[in-house]
Design a binder for this molecule. Structure first.
Ligand SMILES: [Zn+2]
Ligand SMILES: [Zn+2]
Length: 512
């Protein structure tokens, strides 16, 4: 049984609801990365499992756009020092292409969710506050300040400063949401009076003029949106942590049952700094630059693979994500167990084989579709150039391959079909190796072709006739074609090449 179904069954047993609301929440303070995505994939898997069981359920995402910028991250220009403490929705886009800082990081992520085919209802926290959705919960929190303090002390053991208030006003002079102290309230007018560190004294409306403190905000949100299930990073699940606090605030202040918690472990990034070094494992962090943004990953692998990478592992197990060769192994596994990638002929060609085809078809810089089609045909697949959808599927898959090769592929997967004979390297081959090449060339006739497995058998046949080991013949072939001693599966490689080209090349090599 998939873990999502086991969790869904447990939810239904523990909590009867007309409709389950599975909530996720990520702050767009930097690139939203593959590690963050686990929250959404986990929620989506459980939500789908509930729906499959015939239970009404929907998935929502609250983007914490009203969170303050905590500090100037290394990717921000120096002048952003002045924006620290302001809500993300009120800070300009550091690259100037979106309406705010928050949107700059949120929009590419929302686009990615679309590509991933995840149906999700979006809430922007700043809009929720500005529209007044939080007003009742703010009033309740202010009226019950002493109870809130008691709960926070009891659960977290934290000392709370004397001037603490559950509502943090947004200063209308300096724009920060982190530096004002509340001096009084008018519950009828629904506003707070404050004094800010910057010297300003002002009035803050409960409708967008400030924000609840984080642990209270979380509990308030559960009630406002009717959240019944929520996955969150394991840090929040620690004893005395924000979930424990939120759970009591929810029950005792808001008279609302806290959502069914699904704590999940982190996704760690495993990468080699250089070829030949040992892979290092690091936590994914946008602020430290050790992450892969979701939108970037989706340029490199198809959405179903990215989903698979995450959903195949139970939430309570961490994931070591290595976008190099291990990712390729996962793609092999996916194709074996679940299905091909892409529709039509694209779905029939294994990804690993496609990597070879694209590299053969590649011109100096980039593959060209007509060349790629020729290579695909030669390797034994039927293609229909007049079928626009089929062409688009092939093109998309080729772009994934190109990007993966450029960004993540280890050296030993890459090769370049040599346009000129690599004479120096061929001179180092043995007489027997050259004889083998000559034998192969002698059997090639224009207009005929062998498939990959026939090629494989042929190499063994020639090796035995020449009295050398097959690996010597493989090596001679790779050197002749790629100017390197190893390469992709030789059968695939040879089957994808033009017979005339191959015959001439092998003959030339045998005579060098
Ligand atoms: Zn932008
Ligand atoms: Zn101020």
């Amino acid at each position: 049984m998939h873990w999502s179904l086991a969790i869904a069954k447990d939810i239904v047993e523990r909590r009867k609801e007309k409709e389950h609301v599975v909530a996720t929440g990520i702050t767009p303070s930097g690139d939203i990365h593959v590690g963050n995505l686990r929250e959404i994939i986990t929620g989506d898997a459980v939500c789908s499992a509930l729906v499959d069981m015939g239970v009404e359920a929907k998935l929502i995402y609250v983007a914490d756009t009203f969170d303050p910028l905590r500090r100037r991250y290394p990717f921000l220009p120096e002048e952003y020092e002045a924006h620290v403490g302001k809500p993300l929705s009120e800070i300009p886009d550091p690259e100037g292409c979106h309406s705010s800082y928050a949107d700059h990081f949120l929009q590419p992520f929302l686009d990615s969710l679309d590509i991933l085919g995840i149906k999700i209802e979006i809430f922007r926290a700043d809009e929720m506050y500005k529209s007044g959705m939080y007003v009742d919960t703010i009033k309740e929190a202010i009226a019950r300040k002493e109870d809130l303090l008691r709960i926070i002390r009891e659960v977290s053991g934290r000392k709370v400063p004397a001037e603490w208030t559950p509502f943090n006003p947004l200063c209308d002079a300096c724009g920060r949401i982190t530096s004002a102290i509340v001096t009084g309230y008018d519950m009828g007018k629904e506003e707070a009076y404050y004094e800010c560190e910057c010297g300003n004294k002002g009035v803050a409306s409960f409708k967008g003029g400030g924000k609840l403190a984080w642990r209270i905000d979380w509990a308030a949100r559960w009630k406002i949106l009717g959240v019944t299930v929520e996955p969150f990073g394991k840090d929040h699940a620690a004893p005395g942590g924000s979930y424990d606090t939120g759970k009591r605030i929810s029950a005792e202040i808001y008279n609302y049952e806290a959502p069914y918690p699904i704590p999940f472990e982190h996704i760690l990034l495993k990468r080699k700094e250089r070829e030949g070094t040992k892979a290092k494992v690091t936590a994914m962090s946008s602020s430290r630059g050790t992450n892969i943004p979701v939108h970037e990953m989706l340029e490199t692998i198809p959405p179903e693979i990215l989903k698979h990478v995450i959903s195949r592992v139970r939430p309570d197990k961490h994931i070591e994500f290595d976008p190099g060769l291990p990712l390729l192994h996962l793609i092999d596994e996916y194709e074996r167990e679940i299905g091909g990638i892409g529709r039509g002929v694209a779905g029939k060609i294994p990804f690993r084989h496609f990597i070879t085809l694209v590299q053969i078809a590649r011109g100096e810089f980039q593959f060209q579709l007509p060349e790629l089609l020729e290579v695909i045909k030669r390797s034994g697949y039927e293609v229909h150039a007049d079928d626009a959808e089929e062409m688009e599927e092939l093109r998309k898959k080729a772009v994934y391959v190109e990007n993966w090769l450029r960004k993540y592929a280890p050296q030993n997967v890459k090769f370049e079909l040599q346009s000129a004979l690599p004479t120096e390297e061929i001179k180092k081959l043995s007489v027997e190796q050259r004889t083998a090449l000559k034998r192969i060339a002698g059997e090639l006739k224009e207009g005929t072709s062998l498939d990959a497995s026939a090629w494989h058998d042929k190499i063994y046949e020639v090796a035995s006739a020449t009295n050398i080991e097959a690996k010597e013949v493989f090596k001679a072939i790779y050197v002749t074609l790629l100017k390197q001693p190893s390469g992709p599966r030789a059968g695939w490689l040879l089957a994808s090449l033009d017979t005339k080209f191959l015959k001439e090349r092998l003959e030339a090599a045998s005579e060098t």
